[in-house]
Design a protein around this ligand. Structure first.
Ligand SMILES: [Zn+2]
Length: 258
């Protein structure tokens, strides 16, 4: 069995957890509440890292896109307010700030949270940092650094199974049979937003709108770490957990006899 992107995404418990050689996932705890703020270009592996980290720490992985979609589906006032505006692109900062603040007040967020795609604007950032200070949650900026040329190549090489959702990469993790899913035998497709024009647009969007926010955060007096997006998701996760431990942000949980 090959270990890699597909395995990490689809069989996290078996593959990822067995490869955590530095930290035994089930036996550590956060020393203090942390808010991991994840930044990285589309295709940098940010979403994968967020999900894997959430699985080993049990900190909720909060994507503002998902949060908003849920509110719209459930027809909450915030969701309704966003529907119209969303047709044009992004929900207003005030709505997003409120949704995130609400979500963070829930009990499962007490030890830590992983924020993916928030804060996305300077305005959101200026609102959010004082909220963290008030809640005594320490922000931790995590940037996945990947050259834009590499991002483009990587996105163009992605193939998805429309039947079971497996992800392949024709360069880095090709299926055994060209165009056929290893898992279920269905045909593989490119996701619409991975097609070239849209890829370029997504990268430009990230570079002009989101990257400056990450840059702004990096200049604040908060912890800021960078990882190379060229590493495998498992390696990045291991390095990240090791670093959390080195900085005493997580510690081994007390053993049974105490
Ligand atoms: Zn499949």
């Amino acid at each position: 069995m090959r270990a890699g992107f597909v395995d990490a995404v689809h069989r996290p418990n078996r593959i990822v957890l067995s490869q955590l050689n530095t930290v035994v996932a089930a036996s550590f705890r956060a020393s203090k509440p942390l808010a991991v703020l994840l930044y990285g270009a589309p295709g940098s592996g940010k979403g994968t890292l967020g999900r894997m980290l959430s699985q080993v720490t049990a900190w909720p992985h909060i994507s503002t896109g998902d949060l908003l979609r849920r509110h719209i589906e459930q027809g909450t006032p915030a969701g309704q307010a966003s529907v119209e505006i969303l047709r044009g692109g992004y929900a207003p900062d005030s709505v997003v700030n409120e949704l995130v603040a609400d979500r963070m007040a829930q009990p499962d967020c007490r030890k830590g949270i992983i924020l993916d795609g928030y804060p996305r604007t300077l305005e959101q950032t200026l609102q959010f940092l004082p909220v963290l200070r008030r809640l005594e949650i320490e922000p931790l900026l995590v940037r996945l650094v990947l050259d834009y040329t590499e991002v483009k190549l990587r996105l163009q090489a992605r193939r998805f199974c429309s039947s079971c959702g497996a992800i392949f990469n024709v360069v880095r993790l090709p299926p055994r049979k060209t165009g056929i899913c290893d898992e279920c035998g269905a045909g593989l497709t490119e996701r619409v937003d991975d097609q070239t024009d849209l890829i370029v647009r997504r990268i430009e969007h990230y570079a002009t709108l989101t990257e400056p926010v990450a840059q702004f955060l990096a200049e604040q007096p908060i912890r800021s770490w960078e990882f190379s997006g060229t590493e495998t998701p498992n390696k990045i996760l291991n390095d990240f957990l090791e670093r959390l431990q080195q900085h005493s942000l997580i510690e081994p949980a007390p053993s049974v006899a105490q």
